[in-house]
Structures are given as structure tokens and as C-alpha cells.
Design a protein around this ligand. Structure first.
Ligand SMILES: Cc1cc2nc3c(=O)[nH]c(=O)nc-3n(C[C@H](O)[C@H](O)[C@H](O)COP(=O)(O)OP(=O)(O)OC[C@H]3O[C@@H](n4cnc5c(N)ncnc54)[C@H](O)[C@@H]3O)c2cc1C
Length: 478
């Protein structure tokens, strides 16, 4: 639900704001035409709001001067990478300045001896991964949006991805951050060493959705690329058998690099667009990837296949070469885009449950779809218990839209009640503000509010996001 906010009259007029920004940044990179502002009024969520101005800085110094201006004039300000977040994180609900980081897109250093990369926030995630791979290293977090998403946006949302089952999410790979604070002060927290005394400010910033400061430089952890990889497609007659396999593999002490599940609805959508050869008569597939040293890899793969068999798998196909592996992944990574072929819009619910609860929660998700007469497809990080029910609909149908919001709230409640949470990796943004009450009480939220106030007393940084202003139980009518 959009947050209603209007800017105070005494705040700087938009025209004057634009002129002042043109003194800081090359005027070519200060955007204010109606068309430009419309292009920055949406992201990958369902929300929309228009900023007063968009600015594309080229350096930390420019970001600091923009922030100082916003601070002095009490103008809302938010950072934007590629706008692929799924929760409304880059929607300027209070107007103000959007700082688009696309020009700060340089890989500043790849230091293989210290196993670090130092980058600007606008670097595209896959560009860094491709670059470090050339030197035999890997930056692990791999959101399915990696071809488009930025590393700054990944920090903003604490993004995950298929390989995060074994390697952890973005926060596990951030060593240091340069941050522009709300008044324009620039600080560096953390660095190349693995341990730093004092508060873990970088840890606090990761996942803070642009509400505590703007990140202008990042020191990331690199690892050696695995020497061997085996990718399998396990095909199931029931979703339950697939979900039970996930828990069984982990319970045997094997942690694959990925355990991704896709149901029949999503496979059909994928086959209509990408044609990877998924079995359309099956209920679900699991993409299981093992990585590590070549020694022992065959035995591990055989063990995984045996576990799949114990859980009634119909067939397990092993990718024979890199081309076959890439095609399996192309289907998974293109799945969100593919469901756009089924209905014009989708809402992705990003709840997480303990993995043993997957079978029961998935069947309840299907029930919720039936109750609201909405098609729901599932493609998700099964190993992490991180569900992504994709509710498909037509945004232009107001009645349908209302049912979508109700269904999404019910799914997130289901996840919280199952001992899980309301976001595995997409953040809270605008879309899940009210649902925070499923996992936090008012004391929890008050503590978060006080941290936010310590960084940003005037609440100019991405206002209206992540933490509800009002008690959210009330807003949900609970
Ligand atoms: C098809 C598709 C697949 C996806 N798959 C995954 C997935 O597998 N895993 C996953 O985790 N997510 C996934 N996402 C969601 C999304 O791609 C991630 O949240 C991603 O990290 C957002 O990156 P971005 O550059 O688009 O950031 P944006 O959407 O531009 O911004 C995200 C947040 O970060 C803040 N921000 C951006 N830059 C800065 C900065 N420099 N300093 C401070 N704050 C900043 C913004 O204000 C906003 O709150 C997917 C999205 C799509 C559309």
C-alpha cells in the first residue's frame, strides 16, 4: 500500500533545488523533465510516486555535496541502483531527490592477494562476477537479477541468490563500506581485514534499504572459484516429494551450492519463452548444484541421487557440460520474466520458513491462490526455505489488485506463523510495512526507529520505507 506523504510548503521549491543541484553535478546529469521523472517513478514493485529531480553523480564528493544540500533544506533523498527491487524501495513517496548511481560504476581494484574487490555502488553484479572469474575468483552473492542489479542495490536489500544456501547472503561478503551520512559527512567503516573493533556499522548498513546513508564505495570479499561443479535436474510427480528431498539432503550433512525449486506453473511459463526442455508433465523440479574440489565429487553426486530416489524422484538428469548447465540456469534465472507471459503483472511474496515446513506451507499457498481465484507459481530458493510465490494478475483490474494484496498478506502471515519471516532477501520497502507486525512487536520497532533517528534525525533518507510510522497491527486491523 502506498504511503501518503506530501512535502512541507517551506521546503525548497523544486526549481531552486534543480538549479542548486546543477551547481554540484554536470547539468546534463540533473534530470527533471516530465518524461525523466516518470521513468524514475516506478521500480519492480507495484508502487509508484514521482520525484522532484533525479541526479546522477560521478563521485563521492558530489554525493556528499548533494546530501549536504538535502540536509540543509530538509529535502527527502534516496539512492537508486537499477530499480529492480521488488518491494518499492526506490519509490520516492515523499518526492525529493533520487540519486541514481549508474555513473559510479567502476571496479576500482581486484586484490587477489587479499581476496577483495573494491567497487563503486553502480557496478552491475554480473560485471564484477565476470571480471573476478577471469582471475579464478568468485564473488558469491548471485541474485537471479544479477545481469541488471547493482552491487549498491544488493547492499541496500541484503540480497540473496541461488548460491547463498552454501555461501550466505550479501552481508556475509561485505568487508567495508564508504558511507555518506545524512549531513554530507563521509565515513569509512571496516576495511580489508576480516575483523574490526567497535560496532559493526557495515553490518548495520547492509539491508538498511537506503535509510541510514548512501553507500559510495564497497570492499567485497572474494573466494577461489570452485574447481568442480555438478548440476542436476531432479524431476518430481509431487511438490511434496521435491520439498522433502531438500530437507533430506541437508539432514545427510550435504550442503549443495544451490537447491532451487520450480513448480509446473512456472515451468510452463519458462518453456513458452526460453525453451530449456523442462518436463511439462511433472509437478516440480529441483536444480541441485554441488561445487568444491574434484576429489569426492562423484561420490557426493551419487549420494544426492540416492536421496532423490528415496524421495520418489521420477528422474535425475546430470548436466553433461557447461552448455547444458547454462541452459538449466537460464530457465531458472529467466523465470520471473517468463511469468509475465501468463498475466501482465505479478507480485512476488518473499517469505521464508524452516525448510522442513516447505511441504505443508506450499500446499497452503496453493489453497490461498484458490481462495482468491489467483494463479500462483512457485520458483524459489528451496534450500533456504525461501519461498517466492508469484501471484499473477492484471494490475488494471482494481478488484483483482485488492485480492492480490490480501493473498500476499495471508501468505506472509503463514510464513511467520510457521516459524519463518516475511522477507528472505527482498526487504520490506513499502510493500511489507504493515506485515512487519507478524515478526516484530512495538518494542522491536521502537528500537529500529531509534537507530534510524540516530543516523537521520530529520528522516530525509528514503522516508516511508522499512519501518512503519504507526503501530502496524492497527493498520492491518489486528
Ligand atoms: C527478475 C528478478 C529477479 C530477482 N531475483 C532476486 C534474487 O534472486 N535474490 C534477491 O535477493 N533479489 C532478487 N531480486 C530483487 C532485486 O533485484 C534485488 O533486491 C537487487 O539487489 C536490487 O538491486 P538494484 O540495483 O536494482 O537496487 P534498487 O532497486 O535500485 O535499490 C534497492 C534498495 O537499495 C537502496 N540503494 C540502492 N543503491 C544504494 C546506495 N548506493 N546506497 C544506499 N542505498 C542504496 C535503494 O534506495 C533501495 O532501497 C530480483 C528482482 C527481479 C526483478
Amino acid at each position: 500500500m502506498p504511503v501518503e506523504r506530501t512535502r512541507d510548503k517551506d521546503k525548497m521549491e523544486a526549481k531552486e533545488l534543480i538549479d542548486r543541484l546543477k551547481e554540484i553535478v554536470d547539468p546534463e546529469f540533473v534530470l527533471s523533465s516530465e518524461m525523466d521523472l516518470a521513468l524514475y517513478s516506478y521500480d519492480a514493485s507495484l508502487e509508484k510516486a514521482v520525484p522532484d529531480v533525479v541526479v546522477l553523480p560521478a563521485s563521492t564528493e558530489e554525493v556528499a555535496r548533494i546530501m549536504t544540500l538535502a540536509h540543509e533544506e530538509k529535502v527527502p533523498i534516496l539512492g537508486r541502483g537499477s530499480g529492480t527491487n521488488l518491494t518499492g524501495g526506490t519509490i520516492p513517496v515523499a518526492g525529493g531527490i533520487v540519486v541514481h548511481f549508474s555513473r559510479m560504476n567502476h571496479i576500482l581494484e581486484i586484490d587477489t592477494a587479499n581476496r577483495t574487490a573494491t567497487v563503486e555502488p553502480g557496478v552491475i553484479t554480473l560485471d564484477l562476477q565476470t571480471e573476478v572469474m577471469k582471475q579464478g575468483f568468485i564473488y558469491q552473492p548471485d541474485p537471479a537479477s544479477q545481469k541488471v542489479s547493482t552491487l549498491g542495490g544488493n547492499v541496500g536489500e541484503n540480497s540473496g541468490g541461488p548460491h547463498c544456501l552454501k555461501y550466505g547472503v550479501t552481508s556475509n561478503h561485505i568487508l567495508g563500506l564508504e558511507i555518506v551520512l545524512n549531513d554530507g559527512t563521509v565515513i569509512m567503516t571496516g576495511g580489508k581485514s576480516r575483523e574490526n573493533p567497535g560496532y559493526d556499522l557495515a553490518g548495520l548498513l547492509v539491508g538498511s534499504e537506503g535509510t541510514l546513508g548512501l553507500v559510495t564505495k564497497m570492499i567485497l570479499k572474494l573466494e577461489r572459484a570452485p574447481e568442480a561443479v555438478k548440476t542436476m535436474l531432479a524431476i518430481y510427480e509431487t511438490i511434496e516429494d521435491g520439498a522433502n528431498t531438500v530437507s533430506a539432503i541437508i539432514a545427510e550433512g550435504i550442503v549443495p551450492a544451490t537447491l532451487e525449486m520450480m513448480d509446473n506453473t512456472v515451468m510452463r511459463a519458462v518453456e513458452e519463452t526460453i525453451k530449456v526442455g523442462y518436463p511439462l508433465d511433472a509437478a516440480a523440479v529441483l536444480i541441485i548444484e554441488l561445487d568444491g574440489m574434484p576429489e569426492g565429487m562423484d561420490e557426493k553426486a551419487a549420494k544426492v541421487m540416492e536421496i532423490c530416489k528415496r524421495n520418489n524422484v521420477r528422474e535425475v538428469k546430470l548436466a553433461k557440460n557447461e552448455a547444458e548447465r547454462n541452459i538449466l540456469w537460464a530457465g531458472r534465472k529467466g523465470a520471473f520474466g517468463a511469468v509475465g507471459q501468463v498475466r501482465p503483472s505479478y507480485l512476488c511474496c518473499d517469505g521464508t520458513v524452516p525448510r522442513t515446513k516447505l511441504p505443508e506451507v506450499l500446499s497452503q499457498v496453493i489453497e490461498i491462490g484458490r481462495k482468491y481465484h489467483l494463479p500462483i507459481g512457485n520458483v524459489f530458493h528451496a534450500g533456504d526455505g525461501n519461498l517466492h510465490p508469484l501471484i499473477m494478475f492484471d494490475e488494471r483490474d482494481e478488484n483483482e489488485l485488492q485480492r492480490v494484496h490480501k493473498a500476499s498478506t495471508e501468505i506472509l502471515k503463514l510464513c511467520a506463523d510457521a516459524g519463518g519471516t516475511i522477507s528472505g532477501e527482498h526487504g520490506v520497502g513499502l510493500e511489507k510495512l504493515r506485515e512487519t507486525c507478524f515478526i516484530f512487536n512495538e518494542s522491536d520497532l521502537d528500537l529500529e526507529r531509534s537507530i534510524r533517528k540516530a543516523f537521520d534525525p530529520d528522516e530525509i533518507l528514503n522516508p516511508g520505507k522499512m519501518i512503519p510510522d504507526e503501530p502496524c497491527r492497527q493498520a492491518l486491523g489486528l
